[in-house]
Design a protein around this ligand. Structure first.
Ligand SMILES: [Zn+2]
Length: 310
C-alpha cells in the first residue's frame, strides 16, 4: 500500500482535524510507504488548514552539567555521577538552531524543522516547532521555565494531540497534566544567553504513561492513514482528565523500572528554594543559529532580580 498526500488529507478530514492546531507525535514507519515521505505528511495536514506542531528536542546538542547551586533535591538526577564534558558546553541555543535529537524525534519533526517558515520555541532541550496558520500563537509562550506553555496554548485553541502509530509514552501533554496535578517539573541545564548554565524545566519519565489508557479511552477518536493508526485526543480535555487521574492515583505514572526518576516525580518533583535559578532572558537580536559561549549575550542587563549570583 502506498500512502499519498490525498490519503493524509482524507484521514485528517475523517477525524475532524481540518483547520485545527495539532500536536503530532508520529512514526513515519507506521504508515508503510509514503509517497513523498515526511514532507507529504506535513503538506497533507497543511493543505487541510491544520497547524502542525511537533517536538524538536535537542538534548544531544545543548545539555550541560549544573553549577553547584543548581542541584535541587528530589530532581530525578544523579549529581554524584562524574561530570562529563557535554557537547553543549560551548553552545547557546536560540530558536533559529537546526539541531534535533534525530533518532528520538524521527522524520516528521525533522521535516517541520527544516522548513524556512517554521517557528521554534525558546527552550534549549525540549522545544517544539510548528508550521501553519497558528504556529506563532502556539509557540510564542515557550520559555526555559515554561516548557509546556505551548501545550496550554494548544488546549486553549481547541487543538488536538494526534498519535500516529506511537503510544501514550510519547505524549508530552501528559507531562503538562502532571504539572497541573501539582508536580514541579524536573530541572535540567543548558547555557543561557550569557553562556552560563541555567536551569530549565523538562518533562520526566514517560514510560508509565500507557497506564492512563483506560482513563483516556473515552476521549480518543481513532482513524487510519495507510497502516498508521491515528489516535486523536482533544488537548484540553485530555490534560484535564489525565491531571485528575494523576491527582487521584499518583502512582499511575510510575514505570516498571526500579529506582526510576518516576519516584521523585510522584513525590512532587524538585524542591526549589528560588535562589538556584540564574535565568537569563536577554533576547539576542539577529542571533546566529549557534552562538558560541563567547559570542553570547555579554550584557547582563535586563536579566532582572531572578538572576542569582553564583
Ligand atoms: Zn520511570
Amino acid at each position: 500500500m502506498v500512502v499519498r498526500g490525498q490519503d493524509i488529507r482524507e484521514a485528517a478530514r475523517t477525524l475532524g482535524l481540518s483547520g485545527r492546531p495539532l500536536c503530532v507525535h508520529a512514526s513515519l514507519r507506521s504508515f508503510g510507504w509514503v509517497d513523498g515521505g515526511a514532507e507529504a505528511v506535513v503538506d497533507g495536514l497543511l493543505a487541510e488548514g491544520c497547524t502542525v506542531m511537533v517536538p524538536t528536542f535537542s538534548w544531544e546538542a545543548f545539555a550541560v552539567d549544573p553549577l553547584p547551586p543548581q542541584q535541587p533535591p528530589r530532581n530525578g538526577a544523579d549529581y554524584v555521577a562524574v561530570p562529563r564534558r557535554r557537547p553543549g558546553t560551548d553552545r547557546i541555543y536560540t530558536p533559529e538552531a537546526m539541531d534535533l535529537d534525530r533518532t528520538d524525534m524521527g522524520a516528521i519533526p525533522a521535516a517541520v524543522l527544516a522548513r524556512p517558515q517554521r517557528v521554534r520555541g525558546d527552550h534549549p532541550l525540549m522545544s517544539f516547532a510548528a508550521v501553519g496558520p497558528r504556529a506563532e500563537e502556539l509557540i510564542a509562550g515557550q520559555e526555559p521555565l515554561a516548557v509546556f506553555a505551548l501545550l496550554r496554548a494548544l488546549s486553549a485553541a481547541g487543538g488536538a494531540v494526534v498519535l500516529m502509530g506511537v503510544g501514550l509514552d510519547r505524549m508530552t501533554l501528559l507531562h503538562l497534566a502532571e504539572q497541573d496535578a501539582g508536580r514541579v517539573p524536573f530541572r535540567r541545564w543548558a547555557n543561557g544567553r550569557d553562556g552560563r548554565p541555567m536551569m530549565v524545566e523538562v518533562g520526566g519519565c514517560s514510560r508509565g504513561f500507557p497506564h492512563l489508557e483506560p482513563v483516556l479511552a473515552p476521549l480518543v477518536v481513532v482513524g487510519k492513514a495507510g497502516h498508521s493508526v491515528w489516535r486523536v485526543f482533544p488537548a484540553g480535555e485530555t490534560a484535564a482528565v489525565a491531571s485528575r487521574a494523576v491527582k487521584q492515583t499518583p502512582s499511575i505514572t510510575r514505570c516498571d523500572k526500579p529506582a526510576c526518576r518516576c519516584d521523585d516525580a510522584i513525590a512532587g518533583g524538585p524542591i526549589l528554594t528560588g535562589s538556584e535559578e540564574p535565568y537569563t532572558k536577554c533576547k539576542v537580536k539577529n542571533a546566529k543559529p549557534a552562538l558560541s559561549a563567547a559570542e553570547g549575550c555579554k550584557v547582563r542587563a535586563s536579566v532582572g532580580s531572578t538572576v542569582a549570583s553564583v
